[in-house]
Every structure is written in C-alpha cells, then in structure tokens.
Design a binder for this molecule. Structure first.
Ligand code: COI
Length: 317
C-alpha cells in the first residue's frame, strides 16, 4: 500500500519547471515533467500521482477531466489565478478538486503600469530607431499624472495597480462589483477615464464586459489596457474603434481567442494581426505574470497542496 505523493507538471515553461524542480527536490517530493500541455491521451503519465499541475493554456473540459479521473487524479492545480479554462462543475461532479496558484500580484501590476506608459508615450510608433527619433519623429506623449485612470476590479491585482498609480499622482476611478463609497458605476468610469484597465476574472457575466456599447461610452481618445483575460473585450469592436480613431490606443497582454487553434478561428487571428500592425496598440503574449517571484510563488503553492494532500492521507494503493 502506498500513498501517492508529489505531482506531475504538464506544459511547464523552462523557468516554471526549474522553480518547481527546486521546490520539490528541497522537500524530496517526487515530480514528473510532461512537456506538452495536458490532453486526454497524456493522462497515462499521471497514473502514479494524485495531483497534476496544468497551465492556463490547457483546456480542462469534460473529456480531460474524465481521463484524469480514470488515471486516479484527485486534484488539479492550475498555474494561474483564473479558472475559466476549467469545467469547474464537471470537476465537482467527478470529485476532482481544483486549486489555483496565487502569486505575487505585483508581477501583473508592474506590467500593467509599463503597458500604460508605453501607449501613453507612443513607444511603438515613436521609438523606431534612435536616428529617426533624434530627427524629430517621436510621438508627443501624455503624462500619467495628468490622466484619470479607471480600474475595473479592485481585487489583489487591481489593488496592486491602484497602489502603484498613487505614485504617479493621477486621479483614479474604481468600479467594483460590490458597490462601495469609493466605487463608481461602469458607465461613470467609462465616461470619465482617459485610461481604462481591466482586472476582473472571466466569467459568463464578464464575457465582453467591454463590447461595442461600452467602447462607444468611453471618452474619445481613451486608452484600453487588458492584462486580465482576452474575452473581457470584444476584439472586433476594439479593432473598429481604433481604426475609426474613437479610442486613442490599447495595450493588451491578452487577446480574445489567444488559446484557440488559429486554423479553427481565422476571424480572431485576423483581429490579432490587425491589432499587432496598429502603431498605437502594444501587444504582449500573456506574460504579465511571468517573473521569478511569481514562479517561486506558484511552485510554493503547489508544494503546499501536495503537503496538505499528504496530511489528508491522499489515496492509498
Ligand atoms: C492568471 O493567473 O490567471 C493569469 O492570467 C496568469 C497565468 C497565465 C499564470
């Protein structure tokens, strides 16, 4: 009889895998690495483990969960705070527990501020090369301290963004699901903000939180920043608004359909290509979280889960 311990990590990037390897070898807990993202035909690698770690890029739907269940997996830890890639109800039905990996909110908050500043200073259009800019082709920027910044979703990351904004001396507006004396309605925030930044999870309610109607309600020339989830923003409406110069630009670490197979979702690929080519749009490939600090945090929370699981006894074989 043997209690399953340790974890199998699917789809880990080299830095993630290294952080996990360090943490697990310090504790002498077994860890197996499978380079590919989780897919049902890879569940066989999990059969000696009760816990698997997956990335936000893996779709964990009914088929995947049933393959995990058949392999004896009891817990899935996602290396993200978002769980929109997991069928939570089905996991509950199959009695597979789902855990997230809280990590330093400063990782995403720093990146959000960097993206805001990049768009406000016209980095993409203006800094082509030093020779050109010295000849006067730089874009005349705007200062963050002169702006009103609207923060939608003051959770851990939204709050870390707010803390950083204090140092820039700008005015801030906050929109929270839980109405409070410090928060304003979405309508008010959109109508009054020069920069709008999104920090809410993706759920059925927040899908296309910023659609055509909301973009029309934004201040002319405003900038949209999204380091949350792509589908919070209707990509087609955003493309149109920037083309028509109703918005001043966008900074996107996430884009609707980013994890879709490009051959299956040609429309999204077209939107992504259009946005990438726009001089006032900065796009990064969902890397706002990617710091050494965040990697260590994720490895530590996976370790904690494994220890807890061990204490609870896990499943004997
Ligand atoms: C999340 O934590 O949900 C993120 O978006 C970052 C993740 C890819 C690690």
């Amino acid at each position: 009889m043997k209690t399953r311990s340790g974890l199998v990590m699917y789809g880990g990037l080299p830095d993630e895998a290294e952080a996990f390897e360090r943490a697990f070898s310090n504790e002498r807990l077994p860890i197996r690495f499978v380079e590919d993202e989780f897919a049902p035909d890879l569940a066989c690698f999990a059969k000696d483990f009760a816990i698997v770690s997956v990335s936000h890029r893996a779709n964990i739907g009914k088929m995947e969960l049933s393959a995990l269940k058949a392999a004896g997996v009891e817990c899935v830890i996602t290396r993200s705070v978002g769980t929109d890639h997991i069928d939570i109800q089905e996991a509950r039905r199959l009695k597979i527990s789902i855990k997230t990996s809280p990590y330093s909110p400063g990782s995403v908050a720093d990146f959000t501020l960097m993206l805001m500043l990049m768009v406000l200073r016209g980095v993409k259009a203006g800094f082509r090369n030093a020779r050109e800019t010295s000849q006067g082709s730089a874009v005349c920027g705007k200062e963050l301290g002169d702006m009103t910044v609207g923060v939608i979703g003051p959770g851990r990351i939204g709050n870390a963004v707010l803390k950083r904004l204090e140092g820039f001396g700008c005015s801030v507006l906050i929109c929270d699901r839980e109405q409070s004396s410090t928060s304003v309605s979405l309508e008010e925030l959109l109508a009054s903000s020069d920069v709008v930044t999104l920090h809410v999870p993706l759920t059925a309610e927040t899908h296309h939180l910023i659609g055509r109607k909301e973009i029309d309600a934004m201040k002319p020339g405003a900038i949209l920043v999204n380091t949350g989830r792509g589908a919070l923003v209707e990509a087609e409406a955003l493309v149109d608004a920037i083309k028509e110069r109703r918005l001043g630009g966008a900074a996107l670490d996430v884009v609707e359909g980013e994890n879709d197979d490009p051959s299956q979702n040609k429309e999204m690929l077209r939107h992504l290509e259009t946005l990438c080519a726009m001089p006032n749009v900065v796009i990064t490939p969902h890397v706002a979280y990617f710091t050494d600090h965040a990697m260590e945090d994720m490895a530590r929370s996976a370790l904690r889960e494994c220890r807890e699981h061990g204490k609870e006894g896990g499943r004997d074989e």
